[in-house]
Design a protein around this ligand. Structure first.
Ligand code: MGD
Ligand code: SF4
Length: 728
């Protein structure tokens, strides 16, 4: 859909929310069969967290097509395969259809159907009992996605401050902390990357294209089309490496060595932006001193990358400054030094003068809207301290998932006896499944709110079916792209079966807990209208267009009248971090050596496929057709030595003796000999998922060991070694 066509359609249909049955008599059908006029309803995608603008084409109350909203900067008129595949989610016959109560032992999944009243009453009653016995803090929330808003609100109103999302410790948390320490601000979500204007794009383990984030991929394609030099640092020849001038097949766990060595060359050869560094940064001399030891010759021994190639690539990067994008990545939960590795990315970006400059990282848009909360009522003061951040001084507001698991296991500093899991598949998201299962056995209540019977849901005492994003309102999304904007999610069809929106479930539970004052609106649309009114936004225009932009907020680059404000203690970009020093950490990143796999073992690495998001799409009928299971990538020499052929089945066994499900091998030159690669999220253990059940191998099952970054609590998951067994 083009921008012009969509605006015409929106004007003609009035952008009707929820498709009705506007019918005309078909002229060609000679009046026999009425044919509905299609309706085009804008909404926001939730097949991943890029949250593109979507236009749903609805005929006779059925969604027949999803397209990208041309007005929305994250989609720009296009969707990725998963975005189109939203229809598969909506009409997946395996969806959760009614509330369920487990009548067997915990995890037996002997579910009986229940009415909403019975299920919500059961949950409220258990919550009150736990509160009386242990205190409200003993209920914790593990959550992800839009539903988090409502359940964090509910639990805080109930008196518990304990929640955690995988998006911090298991995903982009380390990056956020590193960028905040350096620039006083995270790099954003979506990231503020000016790829379309980059002359050099450096991807360090960022497999753009396989990790499909719509507008970012579009910009990458544009940069490649304009002959940008692409440098890919990856032990695997990723899809993006196919577009690269330089592929650096780095020894896993040594990326920090490469980064420090690049900084060494760039400083030694005077390839940094002296004026920018003098004006906007502090701590240059300390960095110059600290990186002296990290010569390309030293780095060659660590990384397996020839020193001449390190020097050549450093020169390409330095000479094209500031139009260089060192991609800060997204899933940065790799090793115990995640924040320091990301600090090195941030420092390099600053030395190149690429922050706030074309082709680098653009500045945040200016418009600020005051938050409008779900209610004005204050939350009760929690009686015990929140666990969310654990002992990690720089942990973020989204909380650290393993802190909740550990507290549940140890009952320290106090018992956790109830879990809500909303919008996350804890068995696939969190490492060390044995710990998760042991923690679950200590609970007195486990409630799952989900759309699909994924692995974590099968462990629940009570299952509450949420309807999909195509059937509900959610809170407004503030989009901080080059300009600031607001995006709406609205139902394009009515909820199927007996499923309900997350806001409704939280509100109804609130009512049964005596917390109705925290939900002072009847429908969520009432709340959205009020919010728009407070912000001075025309709600009906938003309903019609799906996205409203504020072009006047755009000021992406540093100019004489657009000077950046760095919200760091010094007001400058902190190459040397006093905050880290004060808390006992290295103020400038230092290299830490990580263990390498012993002879006969391989490091397990993992990543994404363009048609799937984590585990959540593996059962989606449309996306499953495109990729039914994952494969284990094994280097061709290794396979030959072991007498393995492409597509043979193997089993992976990790250092703790844990065996994977059988998985086909992909014999390829595109991976180093010392690692094995799996796409994350496969091999569901849920028998209710007819397509995803035991298809492929589960990387998370093999991640029994994990390291923790002491700065942020971010998890290091790439520290497991596996060997290959032919006994399937
Ligand atoms: P999924 O495995 O997709 O991802 O972790 P999760 O967000 O837990 O599980 C999502 C669950 O939420 C599914 O059960 C799905 O049905 C449900 N769900 C999806 N949409 C909705 C909705 O609208 N409403 C409700 N109620 N439920 C919904 C992701 C996390 O995993 C992240 S962010 C990262 S970056 C990490 N990636 C990763 C990895 O690459 N490898 C390994 N080994 N572990 C990882 N863990 C992390
Ligand atoms: Fe949806 Fe794809 Fe956009 Fe993610 S990148 S929000 S899945 S269209």
């Amino acid at each position: 859909i083009t921008r012009r066509n969509f605006l015409k359609i929106a004007a003609a249909t009035g952008g009707l929310a929820i498709a009705g049955t506007s019918t005309v008599t078909s002229v060609l059908g000679l009046g026999k069969k009425p044919v509905s006029l299609p309706q085009y309803i804008p909404t926001t995608c939730e097949m991943c967290f890029w949250r593109c603008g979507v236009i749903a084409k609805v005929v006779d109350g059925k969604v027949v097509k999803l397209d990208g909203n041309p007005l929305h900067p994250n989609s720009r008129g296009k969707l990725c395969a998963r975005g189109h595949g939203g229809i598969g989610l909506l009409y997946d016959p395996d969806r959760l259809k009614t509330p369920l109560i487990n009548t067997g032992a915990r995890g037996e999944a002997k579910f009986k159907k229940a009415s909403w009243d019975e299920a919500l009453g059961f949950v409220a009653d258990k919550m009150q009992k736990i509160k009386e016995k242990y205190g409200a803090e003993s209920i914790a929330l593990l959550t992800h996605g839009t539903i988090s808003t409502y359940f964090m609100h509910l639990l805080q109103a109930f008196g518990s401050p304990n929640f955690a999302m995988p998006s911090f410790a298991l995903c982009r948390g380390a990056r956020g902390v590193a960028f905040e320490l350096t620039f006083g601000e995270d790099v954003g979500n979506p990231e503020r990357l000016d790829i379309q204007n980059s002359k050099v794009v450096v991807l360090i383990g960022s497999h753009l294209g396989e990790n499909a984030h719509n507008s970012q991929c579009q910009e990458f394609a544009e940069a490649v089309g304009k002959d940008a030099t692409v440098i890919v640092v990856d032990p695997r020849f990723s899809t993006a490496a196919g577009k690269a001038k330089y592929w650096l097949p780095i020894k896993p766990a040594t990326d920090l060595a490469l980064l420090l060595s690049w900084i060494n060359v760039i400083i030694n050869e005077g390839l940094y932006d002296k004026e920018y560094v003098a004006k906007y940064t502090s701590g240059f001399n300390e960095v110059a001193m600290a990186v002296k030891e990290y010569t390309p010759e030293w780095a060659e021994k660590e990384t397996d990358i020839p020193s001449s190639l390190i020097v050549d690539t450093a020169r390409v990067i330095g000479k094209n400054r500031p139009h260089v994008l060192i991609h800060p990545g997204r899933h940065t939960a790799w090793y115990s030094d995640n924040v320091q590795r990301q600090r090195a990315v941030a420092i390099l970006t600053a030395l190149l003068g690429a922050y706030g400059r074309p082709g680098g990282i653009y500045l945040s848009p200016k418009k600020k809207l005051e938050p409008v909360f779900l209610s004005d009522k204050d939350y009760p003061e929690p009686q015990k301290p929140a666990l969310n951040k654990g002992d990690y001084p720089f942990a973020g507001e989204e909380g650290v998932t393993h802190v909740i698991v550990k507290a549940t296991l140890t009952e320290q500093p106090y018992p956790i006896k109830g879990w809500f899991i909303t919008g996350t598949n804890i068995m696939k998201a969190m490492p060390n499944q044995r710990d998760t299962l042991s923690a679950i056995q200590k609970l007195e209540l486990l409630v799952a709110v989900d759309m699909m019977p994924y692995d974590g849901v099968m462990l629940a005492d009570v299952v509450l079916p949420e309807c999909t994003y195509l059937e509900r309102h959610d809170d407004l999304f503030t989009v901080k792209e080059r300009a600031f904007g607001i995006s709406i999610r609205q139902p394009v069809v009515q909820p199927m079966y007996d499923s309900k929106p997350g806001w409704w479930i939280a509100k109804e539970l609130g009512k049964r807990l005596g917390l109705e004052d925290y939900f002072p609106w009847n429908t969520f649309e009432d709340f959205l209208k009020m919010k728009c009114e407070t912000w001075g936004i025309d709600y009906s225009e938003l309903v019609k267009k799906g996205y409203i932009s504020f072009p006047e907020s755009e000021a992406p680059y540093i100019t004489s009248d657009n000077q950046p404000k760095f919200k760091t203690p010094s007001g400058k970009i902190e190459l040397y971090s006093k905050e880290l020093k004060e808390k006992g950490f290295d103020p400038v990143p230092k290299y830490t050596k990580h263990k390498q796999p012993p002879e006969g073992w391989f490091r397990l690495i993992y990543g994404r496929a363009p048609v799937h998001t984590f585990s959540r799409t593996t059962n989606n009928p449309s996306l499953w057709e495109l990729m039914k299971e994952n494969t284990a990538w094994v280097n061709a020499k290794v396979a030959k030595k072991m007498g393995l052929k492409n597509e043979d089945y193997i089993v992976l066994i990790n250092q703790d003796g844990v065996k994977s499900n059988k998985v086909r091998i992909k014999v390829t030159e595109r991976i180093r000999e010392d690692c094995i690669y799996l796409v994350h999220g496969f091999s569901s253990t849920s028998k209710l998922l007819h397509r995803a059940y035991l298809r492929g191998a589960d990387d998370q099952q093999l991640i029994t060991k994990y390291d923790i970054d002491p700065i942020s609590g971010s998890v290091g998951m790439r520290v497991n070694f596996v060997k290959i067994s032919k006994e399937v």
